[in-house]
Design a protein around this ligand. Structure first.
Ligand SMILES: *Cc1c(COP(=O)(O)O)cnc(C)c1O
Length: 420
């Protein structure tokens, strides 16, 4: 035991592209005592979690539940359950996570077709429709917000295109949910998976997902029940067996459904946590949470620009919750990050692929989409840049951010008094 002290990490402020500091209530929820997995209290919590996430996703989908694992557990569950070997899958790639979707679809033996735009841009609906017409995929798989580029792909018009061409529409909205609008039913999405560690303000380790009736019907045709528990409800499956047991969505649905057929042991502490993330989100109000992310993102962006730093990408399509910042030529990007982390206790993100060494990524997500967090980050970054010999106007970043917050507060007060 010698040398193994109790856990006591430094009080970091996590201002990268995720993970972020948890909402305090979410941390407390994780420390709640367990009950058995078929205890009516637990199954009650499971049903409540389904109902809460229907509201978070803006959907009426019955099949809205948690896949245990980090966000990619949700991605993998959707893709391995939907894809039969040889199925065509179309993936518009605008950043690192599009490549991840392609990689997972390939492992599921899909015939993968990709289209790409340069990092920092998004697709038009026309570009996607043209590709759908030529590929004729079974499934369109896209990311909504790709933290690698900070871009938010507009989805509102794509569902109708998919419907017209009889294509299933899946989206990984891990980075964007909670901080940007996501309307699962209105936008006609068939499957969406997310995680907690971005704007929902929890730790990674649970992947909420929602599935349309059409998607459910498709995966149900592949339902092979485990030997020994087949009963009158289960007809013989017609499709090839889903290759993963853990990520077999029909089995997971039967575990979350009235039948409660045993599958895995629910990760109860993560369920407590996911349930609390949704409660925090809905209690504050979805519109209010998104507005809080927008003002934090606007303030961070204004601060960065006032410091004379250049933001990355097409700002019309930037996610509210993260900004890419070009690293000035006269500083060492990694040294700045290290000093911020070790001396100021503030973490900001590095980058991947074509952006490696070129930009930092600064997030304002969940619990950290707060004025004080924005101000501390800007002031500390300015100080570290000065320590590195890069000169930016003193106090300009913080002042610009403060003025964005002041304007936002005035707008809210004005709207409030107009309603009186
Ligand atoms: C952050 C992020 C993930 C994270 O996946 P994990 O398995 O939780 O690490 C997935 N998709 C997108 C788009 C993300 O931004």
């Amino acid at each position: 035991m010698q040398g193994f002290t109790p856990l006591s990490p430094p009080p970091r402020l996590l201002m990268g592209p995720g993970p972020i500091n948890c909402y305090p209530r979410v941390l407390s929820a994780m420390a709640t005592q367990l009950v058995g997995q078929y205890d009516p209290v637990m199954t009650g919590y499971m049903n409540e979690t389904m109902a809460l996430y229907r509201d978070v996703f803006n959907t009426k989908n019955q099949q809205t539940f948690l896949v245990d694992g980090t966000s990619r557990a949700g991605i993998e569950a959707v893709l391995v359950s939907a894809i039969e070997p040889g199925d065509k899958v179309l993936i518009p790639i605008f950043g690192r996570f599009g490549h991840l979707l392609a990689e997972i679809a390939e492992r599921a033996d899909a015939e993968v077709h990709t289209i790409e735009v340069p990092w920092g841009e998004v697709f038009t609906p026309e570009q996607i429709e043209t590709a759908i017409k030529s590929v004729k995929p079974k499934l369109l798989a896209t990311v909504q917000g790709d933290t690698s580029t900070t871009m938010l792909q507009p989805l509102a018009d794509i569902g109708a295109i998919c419907e017209a061409h009889d294509v299933l529409f899946y989206c990984d909205a891990t980075a964007s949910i909670g901080g940007n609008p996501l309307e699962v039913d209105a936008w006609k999405l068939d499957a969406v998976s997310v995680g907690l560690q971005k704007c929902l303000g929890g730790p990674s380790g649970s992947a909420p997902i929602t599935l349309s009736d059409k998607f459910v019907k498709t995966v149900r045709t592949r339902h092979h029940v485990e030997a020994g528990i087949r009963d009158a409800h289960h007809q013989a499956a017609t499709g090839p067996k889903i290759r993963s047991n853990y990520f077999d969505l029909p089995m997971i649905m039967d575990y979350w459904g009235d039948e409660r057929l045993n599958h895995h042991t629910e990760a109860a502490s993560m369920l407590y946590c996911a349930r609390e993330c949704a409660r925090v989100h809905l209690e504050e109000g979805q519109q209010q949470v998104i507005a809080r992310h927008k003002v934090a993102g606007d303030a961070m962006l204004a601060g960065i620009q006032a410091m004379g730093l250049a933001p990355f990408g097409d700002l019309r399509h930037k996610m509210y919750n993260v900004v890419g910042v070009y690293i000035p030529d006269d500083v060492e990007g990694e040294e700045v990050r290290e000093t911020l982390l070790l001396r100021f206790n503030i973490e900001i993100g590095t980058s991947f692929g074509p952006l490696k060494g070129k930009i930092w990524r600064i997030g304002t997500m969940g619990y950290n989409a707060r004025e004080d967090a924005v101000l501390h980050t800007l002031q500390s970054l300015e100080t570290v840049l000065r320590m590195q010999g890069h000169h930016c106007p003193a106090g300009a970043g913080v002042e610009a951010a403060l003025s964005v917050y002041t304007q936002a507060k005035n707008a809210v007060n004005k709207a409030g008094s107009a309603n009186e």
